[in-house]
Design a protein around this ligand. Structure first.
Ligand code: EPU
Length: 440
């Protein structure tokens, strides 16, 4: 994408279902043989991948133009290693197929997982949880792991860290397990609560305690569901940062305040302005100069790690020194070198520059950033390393003087629906070139 910078983004966009909620709701449909309907599904490549994985598992998944997906998994079948290998390294979702497949056909396979390159992203919590439910795990070398279980039994699980994926793994496995499961130190992100609501609609009994303990009472069968996916709080925050960084004004239709409270507080502290309406939230800059902030990413209800990258781009325009301590992923500042190439003044540190207890202190991870601003960004040639960083490069290019070339733009389509169309609606000046024409 060739981007001409220096123009504020002004106009309206709207968001649909959250990438990190929709994908899990689609997997939940495999827990029942009855038909399920998920509405408000965005047209992003992660949805296509999960629907294809459902088909490979013997289910039916049809996506309509209006954004409804009908899923029916009357019968499921084991997926052959070569079919599953086709999905290897594309997404983090395949591991979540274990619960439904174990409950219904007694076996599941785990191929090497994909997702963004933002740290090693181990799956040890998932494996330990599956073993507690009674599953056995066999390493089949290049074919991945074969997980099998004659029956699943409820158990007590305590997570070392409130992992979103491991919490979803336990939810999707426990609902059809025999007896009660108690998960402590669980993640309680809005996407998790949305999954719990959907499972409750299907007939599950799940309670969430004030101390992050989730208790699930297993049942024999679950029913189909009709569910409307929650709007994407990560996409909303991305557009909000784009408005503030470029000095523009964007109304984000369907944005929901409750999922964004920690973000909105920091945005206001920086000098970003927002107005909450019934139909969405509008974002703009409150005054010409932005203020620096100190922030630490955290699990919900803290400031989410996925808001960090676009927020840092906006902070390059703040007057003074900002500090961002990333406590969720050890390697989520990889994108910073490209921003510095564009003229930003960001230094990375191994120390925890914050007050939160963090797993990465003293372990050689560059997980704290000091951002000196305001910086005059200039157009550059950059290549997108991961989804959220990708959006951030585009915001940086739009805020910069001159023309930038942002490569590997296709990655953004994993999580942002109609991205070029939305940019166009906001008045961005850009051109999408085919790979072979990028250097012309
Ligand atoms: N972790 C472990 N062992 C495990 C699982 C996680 O050590 O078995 C660690 C991870 O390495 C990480 C931390 O726990 O340091 C948190 O990971 P978590 O499991 O919460 O992340 P995830 O489920 O793999 C989801 C989202 C991410 C989002 C995180 C945190 C999906 C598909 N992905 O990942 O979204 O950043 O939760 O909220 O839901 C994105 O959308 O750009 C994205 C990366």
């Amino acid at each position: 994408m060739k981007i001409v910078g220096g123009n504020p983004l002004i106009g309206e966009v709207s968001v649909r279902g959250a990438k990190n909620s929709v994908s899990k709701a689609l997997v939940a449909a495999l827990l029942t043989s009855e038909p399920c309907v998920l509405r408000n599904v965005p047209s992003i490549s992660d949805v296509d991948i999960v629907c294809e994985m459902i088909r490979c598992s013997g289910g039916h998944a049809a996506i309509s133009e209006s954004g409804s997906v009908e899923i029916c998994a009357r019968e499921l079948k084991p997926v052959s290693p070569d079919r599953w290998a086709g999905f290897a390294r594309q997404s983090r979702i395949p591991i979540l197929f274990c619960g439904p497949l174990l409950a219904r056909i007694g076996a599941a396979r785990i191929a090497p997982l994909g997702g963004d390159a933002i740290g090693p992203r181990p799956v040890d919590y998932h494996i330990a949880a599956l073993q507690k439910f009674g599953a056995t795990i066999e390493d089949q070398g290049s074919d991945g792991l074969l997980v099998s279980a004659r029956r699943l039994t409820g158990c007590k699980i305590a997570l070392d860290y409130p992992s979103v994926g491991a919490t979803e793994q336990v939810l999707l496995t426990s609902v059809l397990a025999e007896g009660v499961t108690e998960l402590s130190n669980a993640a309680i992100e809005p996407e998790i609560i949305d999954l719990i609501m959907l499972l409750q609609k299907m007939g599950a009994t799940i309670s969430v305690d004030t101390d992050r303990t989730i208790t699930i009472t297993g049942v024999m069968d679950l029913h189909g569901f009709r569910h409307t996916a929650m709007p994407d709080p990560l996409e909303v925050a991305s557009w909000a940062c784009a408005a503030v960084a470029t000095g523009g004004s964007i109304f984000v239709g369907n944005a929901r305040q409750i999922d964004l409270m920690a973000f909105l507080n920091k945005l206001r502290q920086m000098g970003g302005q927002f107005k909450v309406r019934d139909e969405g939230i509008s974002f703009s800059r409150c005054q010409d100069s932005l203020r620096p902030v100190i922030l630490e990413t955290d699990v919900h209800p803290g400031f989410r790690t996925d808001w960090q990258q676009p927020f840092v781009v906006a902070l390059t325009q703040a007057e003074g020194v900002s500090i961002v301590h990333e406590t969720v992923y050890e390697d989520r500042f990889g994108y910073v070198s490209a921003l510095n190439q564009m003229g930003a003044g960001i230094q990375l540190h191994r120390e925890c520059l914050g007050s939160k207890r963090c797993r990465f202190g003293q372990r050689n991870h560059l997980h704290s950033a000091v951002i000196a601003g305001p910086s005059r960004l200039r157009g550059c040639d950059v290549s997108i390393p991961d989804l959220r960083a990708g959006f951030s490069y585009v915001i940086a290019a739009l805020s910069a003087e001159g023309v930038s070339t942002v490569r590997n733009i296709g990655l953004i389509g994993r999580g942002y629906e109609n991205f070029p169309q939305k940019l166009q609606a906001l008045g961005a000046r850009f051109e999408i070139l085919m790979a072979e024409n990028l250097d012309t």
